[in-house]
Design a protein around this ligand. Structure first.
Ligand SMILES: C[S@@+](CC[C@H](N)C(=O)[O-])C[C@H]1O[C@@H](n2cnc3c(N)ncnc32)[C@H](O)[C@@H]1O
Length: 207
């Protein structure tokens, strides 16, 4: 799928389906919040949620007093949805509509990079390399990357697209030796209609 098709696909997804019609919907992103807390993040921490869609993570982070949040997604419709939901609080968030593999991010500017269910859509090695280069570019030394992807026994497709699946070791290996694996875990996500999806979460620290 080329970049234009990718954007068209995701705009259509958010223009035509309600949040609870998405398999990835979570009423509260508990595991992500736990891992973010584990990094020692506080109100001044710079955090970016890439491929955030209309996730409720930003709401929970704002409630926790974090006020240096960037939300990035390829879909403007997804960002608009979250902005409407947040109302006036959306002014406290930075919004970036971009493909994460081509985004213009400030160098060494984030303490935490968070991605749930985005990296696994990068089935082309060049896109994965661009993504990893982007994390290296944007994350501060000592910063943390939290990446959740479908596990080795997870779904083979999502939202009509092929995905790659990862064990914790395979996911960490994509990021290379510049990242220490601090923690990995598996999670069985329940879709809004009761289906089970296995996820691998990795928390890595950039040297
Ligand atoms: C499965 S959804 C996950 C959404 C959110 N992270 C969550 O956990 O609820 C994947 C999201 O990644 C976004 N996305 C897909 N490819 C992307 C890319 N190359 N760059 C930025 N966002 C992308 C989609 O628009 C969508 O919002």
């Amino acid at each position: 799928m080329d970049r234009e098709d990718r954007k068209t696909h995701w705009e259509r997804v958010y223009e035509t389906k309600a949040p609870i019609e998405h398999s990835w919907y979570q009423a509260r992103p508990e595991r992500s919040l736990e891992l973010i807390a584990r990094t020692g993040a506080g109100p001044g921490s710079e955090i970016i949620d890439v491929g955030a869609g209309d996730s409720l993570l930003v709401d929970a982070l704002l409630e926790n007093g974090m006020d240096h949040i960037t939300v990035l997604d390829i879909s403007g419709a997804a960002l608009e949805r979250t902005q409407k939901r947040l109302g006036r609080r959306s002014a406290n968030v930075r919004w970036i509509e971009a493909d994460v593999t081509r985004a213009q991010l400030a160098p060494l500017s984030y303490d935490i990079w968070h991605d749930r269910a985005v990296f696994h859509f990068l089935t082309n090695p060049e896109d994965r390399q661009r993504y990893v280069d982007m994390v290296l570019w944007a994350l501060k030394a000592g910063g943390h990357a939290i990446v959740a992807a479908f596990a080795a026994d997870g779904p083979t497709r999502c939202s009509g697209l092929d995905v790659a699946r990862y064990s914790p070791a395979a996911l960490h290996a994509e990021f290379g030796d510049v990242f220490d694996l601090v923690n990995s875990s598996e999670e069985t996500h329940l879709t809004p209609w009761g289906g089970e999806q296995s996820f691998t979460y990795c928390l890595c620290r950039k040297r």
